[in-house]
Design a protein around this ligand. Structure first.
Ligand code: GDP
Length: 295
């Protein structure tokens, strides 16, 4: 599970602090050095680590902490609060407009989990009483359309496809189809590439301007660590995104992406993918993640 290494290292640093009883500034400095290393080893963006340690240190050397009866506990509490703040102080959700359909455009690199998470979202919305329509806009690989049909059937959501024609047209027709058929949510599964390239970005921009999505969600693979954050930054700069779905948090990812995405891009993680099955989707809760990290 994600964060194992980070959790162990933070626990070790805090154990030392707790064994000391009273603390002075030097004790805090030593502990913060260990926190810094633990975060860097977990693949958290270096600038994010620097700011994090600075913020925690500034609060931890205050008289209210050092002179308290349980200074180590106070430091841990501060780390917990700052971790939550880093990942987002409020739970970021998808804003469903009052006038349907809500158009969600899924984008991301190939293999990040876009198709799987389109279906996971469809299942999630169905369980809330919505009627999502899945749309096959990834037209370059015929297998991608078939894959969406397979996962769509599992999610019990209809799949709209027009074969391998212009994805902009498919998106437009899908929105019209949704209006005619009472689908209040449209989930566009767009094409991914192995790397960000101009052609892909242009296609995504064209789909965006043709259907004006309510949400552009970027799917990133947490196993790719810092790369996941770089990808998020590039997509946000060129296309503009509303949030991130962080996938494969069940694997042995070091978790750095979860801690860096919001600070680097200003865009929140909205969902976490925690397995290959369609029910393995969680709304992203910063407090829950923080307590998972702090054990
Ligand atoms: P796409 O190319 O972006 O559409 O990616 P896919 O949806 O085809 O997913 C790529 C692979 O990652 C598939 O084998 C999925 O089963 C797997 N996958 C997707 N999400 C998760 C996840 O949250 N956890 C795990 N363990 N595997 C995932």
């Amino acid at each position: 599970m994600a964060f194992e290494g980070l959790s162990d290292k933070l626990a070790a640093a805090f154990k030392k602090l707790k064994s000391k009883g009273r603390l002075n500034e030097d004790d805090i400095k030593v502990a913060m050095r260990e926190v810094r290393l633990a975060l860097l080893e977990a693949d958290v963006n270096y600038k994010v680590v620097k700011d994090f340690v600075k913020d925690v240190s500034a609060r931890a050397v205050g008289a209210d902490v050092l002179e308290s009866l349980t200074p180590a506990q106070q430091v841990i509490k501060i780390v917990n609060e700052e971790l939550c703040r880093l990942m987002g102080s409020e739970n970021a959700r998808i804003n469903i407009p009052s006038k349907p359909p809500c158009i969600i455009m899924m984008c991301g690199l190939q293999g990040s989990g876009k198709t799987t998470h389109s279906a996971k979202l469809a299942k999630h919305f169905r369980s809330q009483g919505h009627r999502p329509l899945l749309v096959a806009c990834d037209v370059y690989r015929p297998a991608a359309i078939d894959q969406l049909k397979v996962v769509g059937a599992k999610a019990e959501a209809p799949v709209f496809e027009l074969g391998q024609i212009d994805p902009v047209q498919i998106a437009q027709k899908a929105v019209a189809h949704a209006k005619d058929h009472g689908n209040d949510i449209v989930i566009l599964d767009t094409a991914g590439r192995l790397h960000i390239d101009e052609e892909l970005m242009n296609e995504l921009k064209n789909i965006k301007s043709a259907v004006s999505p309510n949400e552009i969600l970027l799917v990133v693979d947490s196993m790719t660590g810092q790369d996941a954050v770089n990808v998020a930054q590039s997509f946000d700069e060129t296309l503009g995104i509303d949030g991130v779905i962080l996938t494969k948090l069940d694997g042995d990812t070091r978790g750095g992406a979860a801690l860096s995405v919001l600070a680097v891009t200003g865009k929140p993680v909205k969902f976490a993918g925690i397995g290959e099955k369609l029910e393995d989707l969680e709304p992203f809760h910063p407090e829950r993640m923080a307590s998972r990290i702090l054990g």
